[in-house]
Design a protein around this ligand. Structure first.
Ligand code: FEO
Length: 401
C-alpha cells in the first residue's frame, strides 16, 4: 500500500520509515527509528531523486509505482550512494530498466564497488554546475564532497526552489505521517536526534559542511529536502543556523557536560560533588553521565552542544578506562574542538588517567585545559573538598565569562 506526501505542484516524498533497525550504521542506537527519504518529480520526464535502504524497499517501490501510475521512470538522480539510500537501486533497475542514472563519476565508481554493474548507456555523469531540464523543471548539480562521503552532490531545482540536500539537514527519528518540519514541534521532537545525527555522522566534516553552506547561501531555497527526517518549507534559517554552529564546532549553550568513568564509586562521587559545587555557584546548565552506561553517540552529541567538558576517570591497567578511552578517540575522530575542559583523575596506584586524558585532549584543536586538576587516590579524602572547590571555581568563572 502506497504512502506518499505531496511537497509542491509536481514533487512528492516517496520515502519510507524503519522503526525496527536498532543500530544505524550498526553503531548508533535508534530509539525512534529513521526515515529514508526519496522524492519523485512528475514533469514531462519522471525523475526519482535517490532510492532507499533495502529494509524499506517494498514500501519505497510501492510509493513510486503508485505515483507513476503506469508511466515509465525516465531518470534517477543519485545524490548519495551510501547503501541506506542506494540499496534499492537494483529493484528500480528491474522495474524500470530503461531509467537513466544521473550522478557523479565517483558515485558510479562506488556503485560498481557495491556490485551494481552499470553499462555506460545507463549512466550520465554530472559535475558542479551542470544542468538538466526535465520539462518545466531545470535542476543544477552542486558537489558536496564529504557531506558525508566523497561522491556526494546536492541538486537544486531552479524552477521550484527545492534543494535536495543529501545527508545535510538530516536527522534520526522516523516520520509519522507528518513530513514538514513545521508539522512537528521540531525543537521538542527532533532537535536532540538531529544533533546526535549531525555530530556522529557528519561532525568530522565541519569544513566541508561550511563549504556547502556557503555554496547554497545565494540560492533562493523554498524547500530543503534531506535524505533523513522532515522537509523544511518554513523557518529553515533556524535549522541552518544550527548547522553553521555545529560545523564551526561552536557550542550552542554555555554549560558543562560531566562524564565520569568509575569502577567502585570513588570517581562517581567526585563527579557528583563537582556538579553540586557548580550548582552552588549558579552553574545549573550541566549534564552528568556515566561513560559506561550512556552510549558514546549521546555523549558526543552533548559535547557538541555545550561549551565546557569535565572528564573524571579512574586509571585502568595503568591506562585509561576503556569506555573513557573510546570517548576521547571518538572526539578526536569527529574533529571536536574549541571546548574548555576540566579533569579529575583517580587511581589506587600509579595514577595515569590525568596525564593520559591531557595527552588525548592535546591532540584536539583549540581545547583549553583548566587548572587545577583534581586527584583522588581511590575515594574522596579530606583534601578532596578543597580540590573540587578550586576546580568548581575555575569552571564557574569560565562558564560565566
Ligand atoms: Fe544517510 Fe551518508 O547516508
Amino acid at each position: 500500500m502506497q504512502h506518499y506526501r505531496k511537497i509542491d505542484d509536481a514533487l512528492y516524498w516517496v520515502g519510507a520509515n524503519d522503526r525496527r533497525l536498532s543500530l544505524f550504521e550498526n553503531v548508533h542506537p535508534l530509539r525512534h527509528g529513521v526515515s529514508y527519504n526519496a522524492y519523485l518529480l512528475l514533469d514531462e520526464k519522471t525523475v526519482l531523486f535517490d532510492t532507499a535502504d533495502w529494509a524499506v524497499g517494498r514500501q519505497f517501490i510501492d510509493n513510486v509505482t503508485a505515483l507513476l501510475d503506469g508511466r515509465d521512470l525516465d531518470y534517477l538522480v543519485l545524490n548519495h550512494v551510501e547503501p541506506d539510500h542506494a540499496a534499492s537501486l537494483g529493484e528500480v533497475l528491474l522495474r524500470w530498466p530503461q531509467v537513466k542514472l544521473i550522478s557523479t563519476a565517483k558515485a558510479i565508481q562506488f556503485l560498481d564497488q557495491f556490485g551494481f554493474r552499470l553499462s555506460p548507456e545507463q549512466v550520465e555523469t554530472v559535475k558542479e554546475g551542470d544542468e538538466r531540464s526535465f520539462g518545466a523543471h531545470t535542476v543544477t548539480f552542486l558537489s558536496a564532497p564529504m557531506v558525508h562521503w566523497p561522491e556526494v552532490m546536492v541538486t537544486f531545482d531552479k524552477t521550484s526552489g527545492v534543494l535536495f540536500s543529501a545527508d545535510a539537514f538530516g536527522t534520526f527519528r522516523a516520520l509519522d505521517g507528518k513530513l514538514f518540519a513545521d508539522e512537528f514541534d521540531f525543537e521538542r521532537d527532533f532537535l536532540e536526534e538531529a544533533r546526535r545525527y549531525y555530530a556522529n555522522i557528519v561532525g568530522k566534516f565541519g569544513p566541508q559542511v561550511q563549504s556547502l553552506l556557503k555554496k547554497v547561501s545565494g540560492l533562493d531555497i523554498r524547500f530543503i529536502c534531506p535524505l533523513h527526517g522532515p522537509v523544511w518549507r518554513k523557518d529553515a534559517g533556524w535549522f541552518v543556523d544550527k548547522y553553521v554552529r555545529w560545523s564551526a564546532y561552536e557550542p550552542e549553550e554555555r554549560g558543562v557536560v560531566v562524564v565520569y568513568a568509575s569502577m567502585y564509586g570513588g570517581t562517581e562521587q567526585a563527579a557528583e560533588a563537582l556538579c553540586a559545587k557548580l550548582a552552588q555557584r549558579g552553574v545549573v546548565n550541566t549534564r552528568l553521565y556515566d561513560v559506561s552506561t550512556v552510549h558514546v553517540s549521546d555523549l558526543i552529541s552533548d559535547i557538541f552542544k555545550y561549551s565546557h567538558l569535565a572528564l573524571a576517570s579512574v586509571t585502568y591497567n595503568m591506562g585509561l578506562f576503556p569506555p573513557m578511552h573510546a570517548l576521547l578517540e571518538d572526539m578526536k575522530a569527529l574533529n571536536l574542538q574549541n571546548r574548555v575542559c576540566a579533569l579529575v583523575e583517580n587511581g589506587s596506584w600509579a595514577i595515569r588517567s590525568g596525564a593520559l586524558m591531557t595527552e588525548a585532549l592535546s591532540e584536539l584543536k583549540n581545547m583549553t585545559l583548566l587548572e587545577p586538576k583534581v586527584t583522588l587516590t581511590s575515594a574522596l579524602a579530606p583534601d578532596s573538598d578543597a580540590q573540587l572547590d578550586a576546580l568548581a571555581d575555575a569552571l564557574a568563572a569560565s562558564v560565566n565569562q
